[in-house]
Design a protein around this ligand. Structure first.
Ligand code: MG
Length: 351
Protein backbone atom coordinates (compact mmCIF):
# COMPACT_ATOMS: atom_id res chain seq x y z
CA UNK A 1 0.00 0.00 0.00
CA UNK A 2 1.24 3.54 -0.76
CA UNK A 3 2.61 6.13 1.65
CA UNK A 4 0.47 9.20 2.38
CA UNK A 5 1.90 11.77 -0.05
CA UNK A 6 1.41 14.70 2.34
CA UNK A 7 3.86 13.41 4.93
CA UNK A 8 6.82 15.79 5.15
CA UNK A 9 9.22 12.84 4.98
CA UNK A 10 7.76 9.42 4.26
CA UNK A 11 11.18 7.75 4.66
CA UNK A 12 11.57 8.74 8.34
CA UNK A 13 7.87 8.60 9.26
CA UNK A 14 7.11 6.49 12.31
CA UNK A 15 3.45 6.18 13.31
CA UNK A 16 4.16 4.65 16.73
CA UNK A 17 4.07 7.43 19.30
CA UNK A 18 3.40 4.95 22.10
CA UNK A 19 5.64 1.97 22.76
CA UNK A 20 3.77 -0.66 24.76
CA UNK A 21 7.04 -2.48 25.59
CA UNK A 22 8.18 0.54 27.58
CA UNK A 23 8.73 -0.90 31.10
CA UNK A 24 6.97 2.04 32.80
CA UNK A 25 3.74 1.52 30.93
CA UNK A 26 3.80 -2.15 29.92
CA UNK A 27 1.44 -3.33 32.65
CA UNK A 28 -1.00 -0.59 31.78
CA UNK A 29 -1.31 -1.76 28.16
CA UNK A 30 -1.48 -5.40 29.15
CA UNK A 31 -4.33 -4.63 31.54
CA UNK A 32 -6.09 -2.47 28.97
CA UNK A 33 -6.12 -5.17 26.29
CA UNK A 34 -7.02 -7.86 28.84
CA UNK A 35 -10.07 -5.87 30.02
CA UNK A 36 -10.98 -4.66 26.56
CA UNK A 37 -11.42 -8.14 25.05
CA UNK A 38 -14.28 -8.83 27.50
CA UNK A 39 -16.24 -5.85 26.23
CA UNK A 40 -15.33 -6.55 22.62
CA UNK A 41 -16.69 -10.09 22.99
CA UNK A 42 -19.90 -8.85 24.64
CA UNK A 43 -20.43 -6.65 21.61
CA UNK A 44 -19.57 -9.51 19.27
CA UNK A 45 -22.32 -11.61 20.88
CA UNK A 46 -24.76 -8.70 20.61
CA UNK A 47 -23.87 -8.24 16.94
CA UNK A 48 -25.29 -11.70 16.28
CA UNK A 49 -28.39 -11.44 18.43
CA UNK A 50 -27.04 -13.32 21.49
CA UNK A 51 -27.20 -16.74 19.87
CA UNK A 52 -25.59 -19.69 21.69
CA UNK A 53 -23.29 -20.21 18.74
CA UNK A 54 -22.11 -16.59 18.95
CA UNK A 55 -21.54 -16.93 22.70
CA UNK A 56 -19.37 -19.99 22.16
CA UNK A 57 -17.34 -18.42 19.38
CA UNK A 58 -16.90 -15.19 21.37
CA UNK A 59 -15.66 -17.12 24.40
CA UNK A 60 -13.22 -19.03 22.18
CA UNK A 61 -11.99 -15.76 20.62
CA UNK A 62 -11.50 -14.21 24.05
CA UNK A 63 -9.57 -17.27 25.25
CA UNK A 64 -7.39 -17.26 22.14
CA UNK A 65 -6.51 -13.59 22.60
CA UNK A 66 -5.85 -14.02 26.33
CA UNK A 67 -3.63 -17.02 25.50
CA UNK A 68 -1.67 -14.78 23.13
CA UNK A 69 -1.30 -12.13 25.84
CA UNK A 70 -0.41 -14.69 28.56
CA UNK A 71 3.36 -15.08 27.94
CA UNK A 72 3.73 -11.30 28.01
CA UNK A 73 3.04 -11.27 31.75
CA UNK A 74 6.41 -12.95 32.34
CA UNK A 75 8.26 -11.68 29.32
CA UNK A 76 7.19 -8.38 27.69
CA UNK A 77 9.39 -9.33 24.73
CA UNK A 78 7.70 -12.72 24.23
CA UNK A 79 6.25 -11.52 20.91
CA UNK A 80 9.13 -9.20 20.12
CA UNK A 81 8.75 -5.43 19.97
CA UNK A 82 5.05 -4.63 20.40
CA UNK A 83 3.08 -1.80 18.87
CA UNK A 84 -0.49 -0.76 19.59
CA UNK A 85 -1.23 -1.28 15.90
CA UNK A 86 0.16 -4.81 16.15
CA UNK A 87 -1.85 -5.74 19.25
CA UNK A 88 -5.04 -4.29 17.77
CA UNK A 89 -4.41 -6.22 14.56
CA UNK A 90 -3.87 -9.44 16.52
CA UNK A 91 -7.17 -8.98 18.42
CA UNK A 92 -9.13 -8.18 15.25
CA UNK A 93 -7.53 -11.10 13.42
CA UNK A 94 -8.57 -13.53 16.16
CA UNK A 95 -12.11 -12.13 16.15
CA UNK A 96 -12.31 -12.58 12.41
CA UNK A 97 -11.03 -16.16 12.65
CA UNK A 98 -13.94 -16.79 15.00
CA UNK A 99 -16.47 -15.35 12.56
CA UNK A 100 -16.77 -11.82 13.94
CA UNK A 101 -15.88 -9.45 11.14
CA UNK A 102 -17.59 -6.48 12.81
CA UNK A 103 -18.18 -7.00 16.53
CA UNK A 104 -19.54 -3.48 17.08
CA UNK A 105 -21.99 -3.36 14.15
CA UNK A 106 -25.09 -3.16 16.36
CA UNK A 107 -23.79 -0.55 18.79
CA UNK A 108 -22.42 1.62 15.97
CA UNK A 109 -25.82 1.64 14.25
CA UNK A 110 -27.54 2.40 17.55
CA UNK A 111 -25.23 5.32 18.32
CA UNK A 112 -25.60 6.68 14.77
CA UNK A 113 -29.39 6.51 15.13
CA UNK A 114 -29.26 8.29 18.50
CA UNK A 115 -27.00 11.08 17.26
CA UNK A 116 -28.74 11.78 13.96
CA UNK A 117 -31.87 13.50 15.35
CA UNK A 118 -29.67 15.85 17.41
CA UNK A 119 -27.70 17.10 14.43
CA UNK A 120 -30.16 19.66 13.05
CA UNK A 121 -30.29 21.41 16.45
CA UNK A 122 -26.51 21.41 16.81
CA UNK A 123 -26.11 22.89 13.31
CA UNK A 124 -28.76 25.54 13.94
CA UNK A 125 -27.02 26.62 17.09
CA UNK A 126 -23.63 26.75 15.33
CA UNK A 127 -25.02 28.70 12.38
CA UNK A 128 -26.49 31.30 14.74
CA UNK A 129 -23.10 32.05 16.33
CA UNK A 130 -21.03 35.01 15.13
CA UNK A 131 -18.24 33.93 12.74
CA UNK A 132 -15.51 34.59 15.31
CA UNK A 133 -17.12 32.27 17.88
CA UNK A 134 -18.14 29.39 15.67
CA UNK A 135 -14.77 27.69 15.26
CA UNK A 136 -14.26 27.34 18.99
CA UNK A 137 -17.69 25.77 19.40
CA UNK A 138 -17.00 23.40 16.48
CA UNK A 139 -13.77 22.29 18.13
CA UNK A 140 -15.53 21.84 21.46
CA UNK A 141 -18.17 19.74 19.68
CA UNK A 142 -15.42 17.47 18.31
CA UNK A 143 -14.03 16.96 21.81
CA UNK A 144 -17.48 16.15 23.20
CA UNK A 145 -18.32 13.70 20.42
CA UNK A 146 -14.97 11.97 20.74
CA UNK A 147 -15.88 10.69 24.20
CA UNK A 148 -17.69 7.80 22.44
CA UNK A 149 -14.93 5.22 22.65
CA UNK A 150 -15.60 1.56 23.29
CA UNK A 151 -11.95 0.56 23.39
CA UNK A 152 -11.42 2.14 26.81
CA UNK A 153 -12.86 0.79 30.04
CA UNK A 154 -13.80 4.16 31.61
CA UNK A 155 -15.97 5.23 28.69
CA UNK A 156 -17.33 1.70 28.15
CA UNK A 157 -18.84 1.91 31.67
CA UNK A 158 -20.26 5.35 30.92
CA UNK A 159 -22.03 4.13 27.79
CA UNK A 160 -23.29 0.99 29.50
CA UNK A 161 -24.84 2.98 32.32
CA UNK A 162 -26.71 5.93 30.88
CA UNK A 163 -25.15 6.65 27.56
CA UNK A 164 -23.47 10.02 27.22
CA UNK A 165 -25.19 13.33 26.72
CA UNK A 166 -23.43 15.35 24.00
CA UNK A 167 -24.57 18.75 25.25
CA UNK A 168 -23.67 17.99 28.85
CA UNK A 169 -20.26 16.67 27.84
CA UNK A 170 -19.59 19.74 25.72
CA UNK A 171 -20.66 22.04 28.57
CA UNK A 172 -18.33 20.34 31.03
CA UNK A 173 -15.14 20.29 28.94
CA UNK A 174 -12.00 21.70 30.57
CA UNK A 175 -11.44 25.44 30.20
CA UNK A 176 -8.65 26.75 28.00
CA UNK A 177 -5.77 26.60 27.88
CA UNK A 178 -6.21 22.90 27.15
CA UNK A 179 -3.55 20.26 27.77
CA UNK A 180 -2.22 20.83 24.25
CA UNK A 181 -3.68 24.01 22.86
CA UNK A 182 -2.78 25.70 19.60
CA UNK A 183 -6.36 26.77 18.95
CA UNK A 184 -5.24 30.40 18.58
CA UNK A 185 -2.94 29.44 15.71
CA UNK A 186 -5.76 27.49 14.09
CA UNK A 187 -8.16 30.43 14.54
CA UNK A 188 -5.62 32.82 13.04
CA UNK A 189 -5.17 30.62 10.00
CA UNK A 190 -8.96 30.16 9.76
CA UNK A 191 -9.47 33.94 9.79
CA UNK A 192 -7.13 34.40 6.82
CA UNK A 193 -9.58 32.52 4.61
CA UNK A 194 -10.70 29.03 3.64
CA UNK A 195 -8.35 26.18 2.85
CA UNK A 196 -8.51 24.96 -0.72
CA UNK A 197 -9.04 21.29 0.12
CA UNK A 198 -9.19 19.36 3.40
CA UNK A 199 -8.66 15.67 4.01
CA UNK A 200 -10.29 14.57 7.23
CA UNK A 201 -9.53 11.24 8.91
CA UNK A 202 -12.48 10.46 11.17
CA UNK A 203 -12.71 8.18 14.19
CA UNK A 204 -15.86 6.79 15.80
CA UNK A 205 -19.47 6.26 14.74
CA UNK A 206 -22.26 7.93 16.70
CA UNK A 207 -21.99 11.38 18.26
CA UNK A 208 -18.31 11.54 17.32
CA UNK A 209 -18.69 11.67 13.56
CA UNK A 210 -22.27 13.00 13.56
CA UNK A 211 -22.15 15.87 16.05
CA UNK A 212 -18.40 16.57 16.07
CA UNK A 213 -16.88 15.96 12.65
CA UNK A 214 -19.84 16.51 10.30
CA UNK A 215 -20.39 20.06 11.63
CA UNK A 216 -16.69 20.89 11.10
CA UNK A 217 -16.76 19.46 7.57
CA UNK A 218 -20.00 21.30 6.81
CA UNK A 219 -18.53 24.58 8.01
CA UNK A 220 -15.54 24.07 5.71
CA UNK A 221 -17.96 23.35 2.83
CA UNK A 222 -19.82 26.59 3.62
CA UNK A 223 -16.47 28.37 3.37
CA UNK A 224 -16.00 26.81 -0.10
CA UNK A 225 -13.31 24.28 0.91
CA UNK A 226 -13.34 20.94 -0.91
CA UNK A 227 -13.72 18.26 1.78
CA UNK A 228 -12.66 14.62 1.58
CA UNK A 229 -13.62 12.42 4.52
CA UNK A 230 -11.50 9.29 4.90
CA UNK A 231 -13.02 6.61 7.12
CA UNK A 232 -11.79 3.08 7.86
CA UNK A 233 -11.89 0.64 4.98
CA UNK A 234 -12.70 -2.19 7.39
CA UNK A 235 -14.28 -2.29 10.84
CA UNK A 236 -12.40 -2.08 14.13
CA UNK A 237 -13.97 -1.43 17.54
CA UNK A 238 -16.59 1.34 17.25
CA UNK A 239 -14.88 3.27 14.44
CA UNK A 240 -17.16 4.21 11.59
CA UNK A 241 -16.37 2.45 8.32
CA UNK A 242 -16.43 4.01 4.88
CA UNK A 243 -19.54 2.00 3.93
CA UNK A 244 -21.34 3.07 7.12
CA UNK A 245 -20.35 6.69 6.57
CA UNK A 246 -21.79 6.72 3.04
CA UNK A 247 -25.12 5.52 4.41
CA UNK A 248 -25.03 7.95 7.34
CA UNK A 249 -24.14 11.00 5.23
CA UNK A 250 -26.97 10.14 2.84
CA UNK A 251 -29.37 10.38 5.78
CA UNK A 252 -27.89 13.74 6.76
CA UNK A 253 -28.20 14.99 3.17
CA UNK A 254 -31.95 14.42 3.41
CA UNK A 255 -32.31 17.35 5.81
CA UNK A 256 -29.18 19.43 5.32
CA UNK A 257 -28.91 21.39 2.08
CA UNK A 258 -25.21 22.16 2.46
CA UNK A 259 -24.26 18.49 2.71
CA UNK A 260 -26.74 17.49 -0.02
CA UNK A 261 -25.42 20.11 -2.45
CA UNK A 262 -21.79 19.30 -1.65
CA UNK A 263 -22.39 15.61 -2.34
CA UNK A 264 -24.14 16.36 -5.62
CA UNK A 265 -21.34 18.59 -6.83
CA UNK A 266 -18.46 16.45 -5.50
CA UNK A 267 -17.38 19.29 -3.20
CA UNK A 268 -17.71 16.61 -0.52
CA UNK A 269 -16.21 13.19 -1.19
CA UNK A 270 -16.13 10.10 1.01
CA UNK A 271 -13.27 7.67 0.58
CA UNK A 272 -11.88 4.58 2.35
CA UNK A 273 -8.65 5.35 4.22
CA UNK A 274 -7.09 1.94 3.66
CA UNK A 275 -7.03 1.36 7.41
CA UNK A 276 -8.75 -1.44 9.35
CA UNK A 277 -7.59 -0.52 12.86
CA UNK A 278 -8.53 2.10 15.47
CA UNK A 279 -5.22 3.89 14.78
CA UNK A 280 -3.64 4.76 11.44
CA UNK A 281 -0.31 4.03 9.87
CA UNK A 282 0.04 6.67 7.19
CA UNK A 283 2.76 4.70 5.44
CA UNK A 284 -0.03 2.39 4.23
CA UNK A 285 -3.00 4.26 2.87
CA UNK A 286 -5.53 3.51 0.15
CA UNK A 287 -5.12 4.48 -3.50
CA UNK A 288 -8.14 6.75 -3.01
CA UNK A 289 -6.29 8.69 -0.30
CA UNK A 290 -3.32 9.11 -2.62
CA UNK A 291 -5.49 10.20 -5.56
CA UNK A 292 -7.41 12.71 -3.43
CA UNK A 293 -4.28 14.12 -1.78
CA UNK A 294 -3.72 16.23 -4.86
CA UNK A 295 -4.40 19.86 -3.91
CA UNK A 296 -4.96 19.19 -0.21
CA UNK A 297 -3.69 22.03 2.01
CA UNK A 298 -5.26 20.92 5.29
CA UNK A 299 -5.09 17.50 6.96
CA UNK A 300 -7.27 16.72 9.97
CA UNK A 301 -6.57 13.68 12.14
CA UNK A 302 -9.25 13.07 14.74
CA UNK A 303 -9.42 10.85 17.79
CA UNK A 304 -6.98 9.38 20.28
CA UNK A 305 -5.85 6.52 18.02
CA UNK A 306 -5.19 8.54 14.84
CA UNK A 307 -4.13 11.91 16.29
CA UNK A 308 -2.28 10.93 19.48
CA UNK A 309 -1.24 7.26 19.81
CA UNK A 310 -0.18 7.39 16.19
CA UNK A 311 0.82 10.55 14.32
CA UNK A 312 0.95 13.10 17.16
CA UNK A 313 4.40 14.20 16.01
CA UNK A 314 3.95 13.40 12.33
CA UNK A 315 4.82 16.34 10.09
CA UNK A 316 3.02 17.23 6.91
CA UNK A 317 3.71 19.41 3.90
CA UNK A 318 0.41 21.20 4.54
CA UNK A 319 -1.43 22.57 7.58
CA UNK A 320 -2.43 19.84 10.01
CA UNK A 321 -4.85 19.61 12.90
CA UNK A 322 -4.63 16.80 15.47
CA UNK A 323 -7.67 16.83 17.69
CA UNK A 324 -8.93 14.41 20.34
CA UNK A 325 -10.21 13.84 23.80
CA UNK A 326 -7.80 11.87 26.03
CA UNK A 327 -9.50 8.83 27.54
CA UNK A 328 -6.52 6.78 28.60
CA UNK A 329 -4.40 7.38 31.65
CA UNK A 330 -1.12 6.44 30.01
CA UNK A 331 -1.73 8.68 27.03
CA UNK A 332 -2.68 11.48 29.44
CA UNK A 333 0.56 11.00 31.40
CA UNK A 334 2.57 11.00 28.18
CA UNK A 335 1.00 14.33 27.21
CA UNK A 336 1.38 15.81 30.69
CA UNK A 337 -2.34 15.86 31.37
CA UNK A 338 -5.15 13.78 32.79
CA UNK A 339 -8.00 11.65 31.52
CA UNK A 340 -10.71 13.75 29.74
CA UNK A 341 -8.24 16.48 28.91
CA UNK A 342 -8.56 17.67 25.34
CA UNK A 343 -5.93 18.14 22.67
CA UNK A 344 -5.97 20.67 19.84
CA UNK A 345 -2.67 20.72 18.00
CA UNK A 346 -2.40 22.84 14.88
CA UNK A 347 0.81 22.94 12.88
CA UNK A 348 1.19 25.13 9.85
CA UNK A 349 2.70 23.48 6.76
CA UNK A 350 6.33 22.57 7.37
CA UNK A 351 8.64 24.38 4.98
MG1 MG B 1 -12.09 4.94 17.70
Amino acid sequence: MPVFPLLADGSTYDPHEIRPNDPDSFNHWLTLFTQQIENVCENAVESEGHTDDAKQRAAAARDAFLAWLAPLHDDPQAHGELTLLGIDAKRDGILEEHGFADAFSVVKQKENDLALPLLAGVLKELDALPDDQRLLQLVRGIFAGNIFDLGIQATVEMFKNNGVDFHRTRASLPDRPWCVDSFDALAERWAVGPHRKAMVFVDNAGADVTLGMVPLCREMLRRSTQVVIAANTGPSLNDITHAELIDHIQHIAQFDQTIAHALDTDQLKLIPSGCELPLIDLSKVSDDVVAESDGVDFVVLEGMGRALETNFNAEFTCDALKIAMVKDEQVATWLGGKVYDVICRFDAASE
